[in-house]
Design a protein. Structure first.
Length: 306
């Protein structure tokens, strides 16, 4: 029985690592997606396309099965929203994430059942509830951290990208051409924001209104600075004002905010270091300074007692 349990656990963990690897690789890359679409038109990609369709079919069936569970549809919608905010918007991203989250939940509950197999029913029930909560919250917490890191990358890339967009617009290019040029130039420096710009351009070229495309980008990213940038671009296009000068001023404001955030982080570093010092360093220091003296005193007392 233990051999079967550990074998199943090892196989499940290996499947989780494999799906996690593919999930991390499936982060949105519009340029690569466009190239893959062009390559898929060739006859040599027919077999690979069939394989990907079968995998997508399995993941879609798995997601639909989870949606049939009470409360599963809300879980799927919330996970899909957080995946989009974290930059994972591929076709298989939701299915892979739900497979990972379900596997983690099953592993925690199964492991707790194995550990509590000889325990009383009351303690086993409490342990199962705790394992279920941890297995359910763990993947969501990790996804939230990925979303925060993605927003941080966008925040760091915004000043330089906005400044470059203002320079390109000053050369006489239209807004769509300027955003496309900026996304191409920033693809290897700030790929996250470059992909967001490229997605907006492709949506506008597909026939969507520019205001709706920028609103979708604001919902995907959830950044106030991008919301202000979108409002500035839309208002400038509506009233015919100079967008290049406005972007230059806005880029300076973004740099000022970035510098203030860096100063605030430096100011908080001393307070954050206080807790590790008190918890880890001071007890060790007390042990190093006091224990030798206490040992010598105890040794002297033993000598005097004789």
């Amino acid at each position: 029985m233990p051999v079967i349990f550990f074998t199943v656990t090892f196989a499940t963990i290996a499947a989780i690592f494999w799906t996690g690897y593919h999930l991390l690789r499936s982060q949105e890359d519009p340029l690569a997606d466009r190239l893959s679409e062009l390559q898929s038109a060739a006859s040599t990609a027919v077999a690979g396309e069939r394989g990907s369709r079968s995998r997508r079919g399995f993941l879609n069936r798995f997601v639909r099965a989870l949606a049939a569970i009470p409360g599963g549809e809300d879980w799927i919608k919330g996970s899909e929203k957080r995946l989009r905010q974290a930059g994972y918007r591929g076709e298989r991203a939701l299915g892979i994430y739900m497979l990972i989250a379900s596997s983690v939940l099953v592993i925690f509950i199964g492991g707790m059942l194995f550990l509590e197999r000889n325990a009383p029913v009351s303690s086993s029930f409490t342990a199962l509830i705790a394992a279920g909560i941890i297995g359910f919250i763990g993947p969501q917490f990790t996804l939230g951290k990925l979303a925060s890191r993605y927003r941080q990358r966008l925040q760091e890339a915004l000043p330089d990208t906005v400044d470059l967009l203002g320079i390109v617009l000053g050369t006489g290019l239209a807004l769509d051409q300027a955003m496309l040029r900026v996304s191409e130039e920033m693809q290897y420096i700030y790929p996250a924001l470059a992909n967001e710009f490229y997605t907006v351009v492709m949506q506008v070229r597909a026939g969507q209104e520019r205001a709706k495309a920028f609103s979708a980008m604001v919902r995907r990213t959830g950044l106030e600075d991008i919301k202000a940038l979108s409002a500035m671009i839309i208002q400038s296009e509506r009233f015919g004002t100079s967008l290049s000068q406005a972007l230059t001023v806005y880029a300076d404001a973004l740099r000022t905010r970035r510098r203030l955030r860096a100063d605030a982080a430096v100011a908080k570093a001393g307070i954050k270091m206080l807790f590790p010092i008190v918890i880890f360093i001071l007890p060790v220091l007390f042990v190093i300074t006091l224990v030798p003296g206490m040992l010598s005193v105890l040794k002297d007392l033993q000598v005097l007692g004789r």
